[in-house]
Write a protein that binds this ligand. Structure first.
Ligand code: FCX
Length: 433
């Protein structure tokens, strides 16, 4: 069987040649225009980077190498209950091909073989105050693994440019393999008195992570397979992916660039929104004195939140203009696996109530739920109530997309990223021309 690395190399070498020729012949072709509003408005929609692993459509949502989430649920090798394994998505993102079950099993085994975490990493985590935010522990844990970087060592030894992707591949595979162990360690340290659970190498990536967190429930394993698949990638412009891309373009190794991206994911407008959603719902339940608030009560609470000058977490998106297919996938999961949960019913009632209120503000471009609106309620259902941990789960998944994209970037010889900034005087001069 051809290895993932061989398969990737064939595709990447061919595309590298093709892109060089396209660039030579058409490098001056105009593909976008930039408005003043985009400069002052967070660079929305400006096309400025290559990202092979996925592409986002404002209406249809994310597609991974052309496949939608419902298609992936059908096509990717799955666990016993039919949820796709994230190993298969990683394979797809690197090769553009749907892997066989045997190829996915081979990748699971490869990651188990690479999953040993140096003791120093656990010692570093143990030196932090226990109430350090789990995302801070996560980035410190990633940084503590950096001294094992193969890219850094080979670069110092004089590795030629043509081998960069190979070293990035090795680091990325090792990092992905180790992340569940480090992430579970953080969870058990912060919330379970430091009683750690050894990995089970008979399990797939998601089930083993669930096991180390403390659950061997079959439904929870299925949720983890789905969760780790749908959070993996959202094209290149989102803050965590873009950060990884930018830092990686300086030839910082995958540990450095991935840790940087995780610091972006830790912001409340991005990945931290998953903790903010459930925190907001818990606060609402407490304030209203009922765990099954009516839609009228929810509407009042939403209006109060807005009146306090805060955003409604889990709603809105910089690109999407329809309900996020990742929200819909989680809703379908809940419909199939969970019967009669007050919390999940509340999430669905919020979905009925919030969009018209946000639309009524007249400024929100997308009033619909995003991925973070649903995930916390599912986790609470399976006993994971410690919401400050939720963004770490997001981060473990995001590694698959951004590191696959990082391997592509080095294989395609992408240069140092360096867009142009301007001053407000320059902007004013354009207006007054
Ligand atoms: N609640 C209240 N106001 C909102 C809002 C929301 N959920 N979403 C957008 N708005 C407001 C903005 O704050 C902005 O107000 P301002 O003009 O007074 O500053 C106005 O509407 C226009 O913003 P808009 O162009 O629609 O949205 P942006 O592209 O600037 O921002 C995010 C997109 C996602 C940051 C925004 O919708 C938001 O803050 N949502 C809540 C946080 C959240 O759920 N983040 C997770 C996003 C994502 F899924 C992820 O990365 O994980």
């Amino acid at each position: 069987m051809e290895s993932l690395k061989q398969k990737f190399a064939e595709k990447a070498i061919a595309l590298y040649q093709e892109l060089r020729e396209i660039n030579k012949a058409h490098g001056d072709l105009k593909v976008d225009e930039v408005t003043l509003g985009q400069i002052t408005g967070g660079a929305r929609s400006i096309k400025m980077m290559l990202w092979e692993t996925s592409q986002l459509d404002a209406i249809k949502g994310i597609r991974f190498r052309g496949y939608s989430i419902p298609e992936l649920k059908e096509l990717l090798p799955s666990g016993p209950q039919g949820e796709p394994k994230p190993e298969g998505l990683f394979w797809l993102m690197l090769t553009g091909e749907i892997p066989t079950a045997a190829e996915v099993d081979g990748l699971t085994a490869d990651w188990h073989a690479r999953a040993g975490v140096p003791d120093q990493v656990f010692k570093t985590l143990d030196s932090l105050p226990e109430d350090t935010h789990p995302m801070t522990q996560f980035t410190i844990g990633i940084m503590a693994m950096q001294p094992t970087s193969i890219f850094e060592r080979r670069y110092a030894e004089g590795m030629p440019k043509s081998e960069y992707w190979d070293a990035v591949y090795e680091d990325s595979m090792n990092l992905i393999a180790r992340l569940p162990r480090v992430a579970a360690y953080i969870y058990r340290r912060a919330f379970k008195g430091g009683k750690h659970i050894a990995p089970d190498t008979t399990l797939d990536y998601s089930a083993n992570y669930a096991h180390m967190l403390g659950s061997d429930d079959e439904d929870f394993r299925s949720l983890m397979r789905l969760y780790l698949t749908i959070h993996a990638d959202h094209e290149g412009g989102n803050a965590s992916a873009h950060t990884v891309n930018l830092v990686g373009s300086t030839l910082s190794d995958p540990y450095l660039s991935f840790a940087a991206g995780m610091n972006a994911l830790a912001g409340p407008l991005h990945g931290l929104a998953n903790q903010e959603v459930i925190k907001w719902i818990f606060e609402m339940i407490e304030a209203l004195g009922t765990d099954r608030p009516t839609k009228e009560q929810i509407a009042d609470y939403v209006n109060n939140t807005l009146a306090e000058g805060k955003v409604i977490p889990g709603y809105g998106h910089a690109v999407l203009r329809e309900p996020d297919p990742r929200f819909t996938a989680q809703r379908k999961f809940a419909e199939q696996y969970i019967k009669d949960s007050n919390l999940i019913t509340t999430v669905w009632n919020i979905f009925d109530v919030v969009p018209p209120i946000l639309e009524g503000l007249g400024k929100v471009k997308n009033p619909w739920p995003n991925v973070d609106a649903h995930s916390g309620a599912l986790l609470v259902h399976y006993g994971f109530r410690e919401y400050s941990y939720y963004t770490v789960l997001f981060g473990v998944s995001r590694a698959l997309g951004v590191l696959a994209a990082g391997i592509w970037s080095r294989a395609l010889g992408m240069p140092l990223e360096r867009p142009k900034s301007v001053t407000s005087d320059w902007l004013k001069a354009q207006v007054n021309k």
